[in-house]
Write a protein that binds this ligand. Structure first.
Ligand code: UD1
Ligand code: CA
Length: 487
């Protein structure tokens, strides 16, 4: 039965290879760029096809890959390739588990992180449109080194894919290459894979040989050139990883700028593909927006800020900050030099200033923590001001405890709130207080030693010093006049 255009019955991702050239303990397809693993990018690009089955062939670093898939693509099923006998062997193992399915199958290398859904859709459409048995995605590239070459006959028909190491000098001059993305009739490809040998330079079963075998059978195969050759670029070592990351980032920033976001310095701004940024937001130099971060319209971030899974509200300003799993409300001001840790929620118009760290802290509308403070496990009401150099003492060495500060409170500088403790609405606390018991609404909490002055101490104990001379000049008394102790 013919598949409707744009669809396939199954997606097969080849991800069992070791990726020797990465020189890594992490399997190649798990290396990350732009907020996803390579494998994650490939699966995301295939997702819109809505295939009934997604099969990932795993082998090298299998446990790691399976754990990752459970996390990012729980719908995907894995097939284990115990020995990496080649891409053809891997594809055969996957297709052998799909015998109940009829129709087209997308087979794709797991190391193609720039592949876009639109490119896959165009390939699938070309495949169905032409009525091919197998259609391979190709690209014309300036430097085809290391890639499989697309061999076409005099009429332009694709007749074979030849790996570089098996290609003669003539074939090596071909600049049209195999992208490692194929759409084929599942049954036909499965049958052809069973005939693929390993008589090549690597002694491996090449998926690419299927094309020549089908041509030999007189079947119709096609080569679909990708609209953007960049989409087809693989990723085999760390230099390519850096280059692909840069390309991906450029794409994300281009899209943001097109949608009305100001990116002051694209060279130092890194935004994951999973991030959303609203219109008229401004990203200053040295900004990284990662994961599920959302920056609302008109907000300004940077310079030099890293936000992970963080929400920034409309018109907020975040300067030189590091934030993770935090919610920064509209019109909030953060930084410079602030650290917002998970569970931080800053309501509209709040302020977290310089050298302030927050964790699991709810800060009400318009409340301010301007300077040098640690706010952990806290609820702060509206319109409250926390004095400079305040520590929310949340940890007793065993367990964490909560501090509640009411609305419109004014807490003094250099306070310690020893949790669990509550300061009521409209209460004040005195500077330098160690607050260990609740302060009722409207009260002034004072918790510090009473000051005493030892009169004339400098003149007696530090005679002849600049301090003594200054004191003498100020008081008109010499050290000899200094008498006893006053308090
Ligand atoms: C492959 C293609 C080449 C193409 C290039 C595009 C073959 C024989 N060659 O070459 O024509 O130009 O991709 O980037 O397919 N894999 C397995 N099991 C194996 C071997 C490989 O699952 O036993 C997987 C790898 O994890 C990888 C993919 O298949 O995702 C391709 O393997 P790789 O070794 O990267 O092939 P290339 O040499 O890049
Ligand atoms: Ca590759």
């Amino acid at each position: 039965m013919a598949q409707p255009a744009q669809t396939v019955a199954a997606v097969v991702v080849l991800a069992a290879g070791q990726g020797t050239r990465m020189r890594s303990r992490t399997p190649k397809v798990l290396h990350a760029l732009g907020g996803r693993s390579m494998l994650g990018h490939v699966l995301a690009a295939a997702q819109p096809l809505g295939a009934g089955a997604t099969v990932v062939v795993v082998g090298s670093g299998r446990d790691q890959v399976e754990a990752h898939l459970a996390d990012v693509a729980p719908h995907a099923r894995t097939v284990v390739q115990e020995q990496q006998n080649g891409s053809g062997h891997a594809a055969a193992l996957a297709l052998d588990t799909l015998t109940g399915l009829s129709g087209a199958v997308l087979i794709v290398n797991g190391d193609a992180p720039l592949l876009r859904a639109s490119t896959i859709a165009a390939l699938v459409e070309a495949h169905h449109g032409a009525g091919d048995v197998l259609t391979v995605l190709t690209a014309d590239v300036p430097d085809p080194t290391g890639l499989g070459r697309i061999v076409r006959d005099g009429t332009g028909q694709v007749t074979a894919i030849v790996e570089e190491r098996d290609a003669g000098p003539e074939q090596r001059r071909i600049t049209e290459v195999n992208a490692g993305v194929y759409v084929g009739d599942g049954a036909a490809v499965r049958a052809a894979l069973a005939r693929v040998g390993a008589a090549n330079d690597q002694g491996e079963q090449y998926l690419t040989d299927v094309l020549g075998l089908l041509v030999g059978d007189g079947a119709q195969v096609g080569g679909h050139r990708a609209e953007d050759a960049e989409d087809t670029l693989g990723c085999n070592d760390r230099r390519e990883l850096a280059a692909r990351r840069r390309t991906l980032n450029d794409r994300v920033l281009d899209e943001l700028m097109r949608s009305g976001v100001t990116v002051v310095d694209p060279a130092t701004t890194w935004v994951d593909v999973t991030v959303e940024v609203g219109q008229d937001a401004v990203l200053h130099p040295g900004v990284q927006l990662l994961g599920a971060t959302v920056v609302a319209a008109g907000a300004e971030v940077g310079p030099d800020s890293t936000l992970t899974d963080t929400e920034v509200g409309e018109g907020a300003r975040v300067v030189r900050a590091h934030a993770e799993l935090a919610v920064v409300g509209p019109e909030v001001s953060v930084g410079p030099f602030a650290y917002l840790r998970p569970g931080t929620r800053l309501a509209r118009g709040a302020k977290v200033g310089t050298f302030v760290e927050t964790k699991n802290a709810q800060v009400g509308e318009g409340s301010k923590i301007p300077h040098l403070s640690y706010v952990g496990d806290a609820t702060i009401g509206e319109g409250t001001n926390i004095g400079a150099a305040t520590v929310f003492v949340n940890y007793d060495g065993v367990a964490k405890h909560h501090t509640t500060i009411g609305s419109h409170a004014r807490t003094g500088a250099d306070n310690m709130f020893v949790a669990p403790v509550t300061v009521g609405d409209g209460a004040y606390t005195a500077a330098g207080s160690v607050i260990t018991s609740d302060v009722p609404p409207g009260a002034m909490g004072v918790a510090r030693a009473t000051q005493r002055n030892v009169a004339g101490w400098v003149g007696r104990r530090r005679p002849g010093t600049a301090a003594a001379a200054a004191a003498e000049a100020a008081t008109g008394r010499t050290s000899d006049d200094a008498q006893g102790t006053q308090s």
